[in-house]
Design a protein. Structure first.
Lengths: 184, 380
């Protein structure tokens, strides 16, 4: 079982991203689950989502407490994730131009990409919020190598439909190519 | 032969709306504001896109939503709505009207706890409040079972010899908003299973006029209620039969449709559950067994009618039942525990019963908490 925790700001598409990631894992032949943690979350507030992949049916319905991997869609939320809970062999995927100061010297596997920059260049902005969800999925696929880019692309295309898919696929593809994976 | 199906990724609400779409209801009525869910939102889109030919009636309240459904059901057409928590409470008067009037309406309930304490997470306090409203209640453990149960509900409810409304229940958020995998059949195969509603339980007929809901004296009234009692009893067999037929079509089953046992026939400890906690309990049992503990489970899938015989038979072979309730009967115990205990006493089964109320207002019930509970009970 692979468990992922994702943190984002309401409005940046994190919940949708988790859903699409679960679908991509399904195309990989895995059972997959995406759980949004709703509450009083609103635009700009921290929103968590959890994703599970498994090669057998998933019977767990709880949130993820001890993730294998963590995705941080907004770097200012890095301190909201307890990195010590993340599996030592796991990847911390961050929306950042460089390895965040907090992670330097930790020996953690970090996958980083300027998702905000890529999304803005592609015009993925809605009501003032930069949509980094698809971009960060590209980084996730690169960083973890759990899912093929083809299956991610298939899930993105299926969700967004013919008209809106190209930009979203482009965002994921650019992040997939530009993500750097290092030991921090 | 099992029909072709395609695995899709979708939320529990989506799964529910697909079952409704495939069953082709003629009338759907809903109040489109919170706590209404994406179940009817999806259906309104299906109607708008021309995928579903149904009369979609937007009303001014949940009370009116069910009232509109009642009118539709009386006229003899396939009728669907869905609701949740406070919305279900607001419907209260008509929930009883529908049940006592034997109106074949399908109304999934997304189980969410009740105010005060505004909270959108799951527990069963909402549907448990309607235990005695004359509705069939089935609790589901995952997105797939939501689809399967909703589809089965049409066939059970609309049988002339049953004529009881159905409330498929799905845990709020834990199922309703969680994305999971669902094997979807072709719409035509799903519809073939459900069948057209061309021999209605009740129908408006100007050549043969009837009056409903008029003054009814004690003799007729008590006869009507006794008929309901008997119909509920008959519904047990119908649920089993429809579940079996479903398995032949789609290749999936949940115990016998009334209860789903898990693990060995006999164990030191038996966990009795409803809904997603049942799924989580299966995970707990596999881990407990790996540590050498003897634990099995019985998930009560159908809560009304209550599967008395199945519970008695399972309990007879076992030693100690622990019932996990996700609701409370304040001043007593959890509703499932009360009923399990009563049934065993009445049938002279001396298997001990204890219970724990867990997961109120969405309090997480991870398999680790179930393991802790089981270990504590095994020691006592």
């Amino acid at each position: 079982m692979i468990e992922i925790i994702q943190i984002s700001r309401g409005g940046s598409g994190g919940v949708t991203g988790a859903k699409i990631l679960a679908e991509a894992a399904m195309y990989e032949g895995l059972d997959a689950q995406a759980i949004p943690k709703y509450g009083s979350e609103r635009r700009g507030a921290a929103v968590e989502a959890y994703v599970r992949f498994n090669n057998a049916p998933i019977r767990i319905h709880s949130p993820v407490y001890d993730p294998n991997h963590a995705m941080i869609l907004d770097i200012s939320l890095l301190d909201r994730i307890d990195i010590s809970k993340v599996d030592l062999d796991g990847v911390i995927i961050v929306n950042s131009k460089e390895v965040p100061e907090e992670l330097k010297g930790t020996g953690r596997k970090v996958a980083y990409v300027d998702a905000t920059g890529i999304s803005q260049e592609l015009g993925l902005v809605l009501s003032g919020f930069t949509l980094v969800n698809m971009t960060m999925l590209g980084a996730f696929v690169k960083g973890t190598e759990l899912i093929s880019f083809e299956n991610l692309e298939k899930a993105i295309r299926n969700y967004w439909g013919e008209k809106r898919a190209p930009k979203n696929v482009e965002a994921a593809k650019r992040a997939y190519e530009e993500t750097k994976v290092v030991r921090a | 032969m099992v029909v072709k199906q395609e695995t899709k990724s979708m939320t529990g609400n989506d799964a529910c709306s697909y079952a409704a779409l495939f069953a082709k209801p003629d009338v759907i009525a809903a109040y489109p504001i919170t706590p209404q869910t994406t179940i009817v939102e999806n259906l309104s889109r299906f109607v708008d896109e021309g995928k579903l030919e149904a009369e979609f009636v937007i009303v001014e309240s949940e009370h009116s939503a069910l009232a509109a459904c009642m009118g539709a059901a009386w006229s003899g057409v396939r009728t669907f709505t869905a609701t949740s928590s406070q919305g279900l409470l607001y419907m209260a008067e008509n929930v009883f009207w529908t049940g006592y009037g034997r109106l074949p309406i399908i109304m999934p309930v997304v189980n969410r706890c009740l105010a005060p304490g505004w909270n959108i997470w799951p527990d069963y306090q909402d549907s448990m409040a309607f235990r005695d409203a004359g509705w069939i209640q089935m609790y589901t453990k995952n997105n797939q079972e939501v689809f399967d149960t909703t589809l089965q509900a049409f066939k059970i409810t609309e049988s002339k010899d049953i004529a009881l409304p159905s409330m498929p229940c799905l845990d709020g958020f834990v199922i309703s908003h969680t994305t999971g995998q669902v094997d979807l059949p072709d719409p035509e195969d799903a519809f073939e299973f459900v069948g057209p509603y061309d021999d209605p339980v009740i129908a408006l007929d100007v050549e043969n006029p009837w009056a409903y809901g008029s003054m009814t004296g004690p003799a007729q009234y008590s006869k009507n209620r006794r008929d309901l009692i008997v119909a509920m009893e008959r519904a047990k067999k119908k649920i089993v039969d429809v579940h079996k037929e479903f398995e032949e079509y789609f290749g999936r089953s949940y115990g016998n449709g009334l209860v789903e046992p898990y693990g060995d026939d006999e164990a030191d400890l038996t966990l009795v559950t409803l809904g997603t906690i049942g799924d989580e309990a299966h995970e707990a049992i596999d881990r407990l067994k790996a540590e050498g503990h003897s634990v099995n489970a019985l998930r009560v899938r159908t809560f009304r009618p209550f599967p008395i015989e199945d519970i008695v038979e399972f309990a007879k072979k076992n030693h100690k039942l622990v019932v996990i309730d996700r609701a409370a009967s304040f001043g007593h115990e959890g509703p499932l525990r009360i009923e399990v205990e009563a049934v065993l006493k009445r049938h002279n089964v001396d298997t001990s019963v204890s219970g724990k109320i867990m997961g109120l207002g969405g309090e997480d019930v991870p398999y680790s908490a179930i393991i802790d509970l089981a270990k504590k009970e095994l020691k006592e």
